[in-house]
Design a protein around this ligand. Sequence first.
Ligand code: GLU
Length: 476
Amino acid sequence: MIRTRFAPSPTGFMHIGNLRTALYEYLIAKSAGGQFILRIEDTDQNRLVKDAEKIIFDTLKISGLKYDEGPDIGGEFGPYIQSQRKFSYLKYALQLIDEGKAYYCFCDKERLDSLHKKNLPYDRHCRYLSQEQIQTNLDAKIPYVIRQIIPEGKTTFKDEVYGQITVDNSQLDDQILIKSDDLPTYNFANVIDDHLMQITHVVRGCEYLSSTPKYNLLYEAFGWQIPVYVHLPLILDENGEKLSKRKSSASFQDLIQTGFLPQAIINYIALLGWSPENNREFFTLKELENEFKIKGLSKSPAIFDLNKLRWMNGEYIKNMDEGKFYELVLPYLKNSIQKSDLDYKQLAKMSQSRINFVHEAPDLFDFIDKLPNYDTNLFIHKKMKTNLENSLEVLKIILPKLHELLIWTEDSIKELLMKIVNEMNLKTGQIFWPLRTALSGKESTPCGATEIAQMLGKSETIKRVNIAIEKLTEGK
Ligand code: GLU
């Protein structure tokens, strides 16, 4: 049974790179009928942020990445918050000390700082303390950390994405396993937890690749089975720089606030480092579960292209169930357009294929409340065969007929206009274009002249036709 885990640190926001890691972990487990676990890694108490856990829970919920075990739902291998698992780590570190695979280090800050200043790794000073000296220091309650003994030799491991990697152990430092506050370092805790939680596949960002030999030495020290490693490529921004949290587009929350749909985000980030066997671009989460294969992962950095995501969001809106879109867009239409006797269903229908974000819908109809101050050149349209003169002429003919029209519906307005087209032997554009321009003052609108006239109502329509006539007369 494949078991993967998402192990975020509660930093207060969900970086897109972390969400992609969660997604791939979810997919690796689910595509094989396995389990996906959430574990919160809060051992760095200096970095704790209020409500950060809730952000993690909410993000996974909204994205549909349902975990089988986690802090808020429990599970067989809990607790799932590292600060609550304190009991286990020290025990394992002491076991390594007993077996001569780890040691107490009493070096003070000054000593370590001076090594650090010279850019030197820890010089293993305490590795060689006598048993007596260690006992004296412990009795005197001198603060200590516990360090891993890195043996001599080479460490080799296989990563599913990056292939075979070998390092000389002389490159690795005797890393700290337990800090002076008795809490484990991330480097120690992740190994213990992954083992105790029976994680089979460790999936994480490639920045952990260089620490992996040290983890493997720990697995070996305990005699535990080493998991399958899947390290993921970097995500870069459009300028080729690491996608940073200082840039607004880097977190899931920011994207949601900008108006991106969770499904579009998930679909898009699935493709940041993974390619399906065909060139397909659109996937539901369920479809990803069926299609995902580790061998489709790439080690080249992925580029996060916000414009592509915008486009994809638009496609998701276009293909959304009409009723669902109406539900989403209605509050925006109601709040932004003052005129209230509108057929919102019709407005929703007109906008669904024309926007990338739901909140953009009202902008399409901004002419309803207020006619913009437009240029009369808008009346000129080659294909429609309209110019300033014939537009003025046509509007002058329409005006009294609009006055006379008693029933004000889209159909009746259309009938009236078509009658004029026939009587005057015009092209339809020669009447519909000037009228639509007069009513909207815009070069493009999501609907035609008759729909706009119906939306505006009779008196506003007549008012705007009069304004157009005035403008065109003045310009003569
Ligand atoms: N807590 C680590 C992080 O947030 C997790 C790394 C891992 O998955 O092992 O980056």
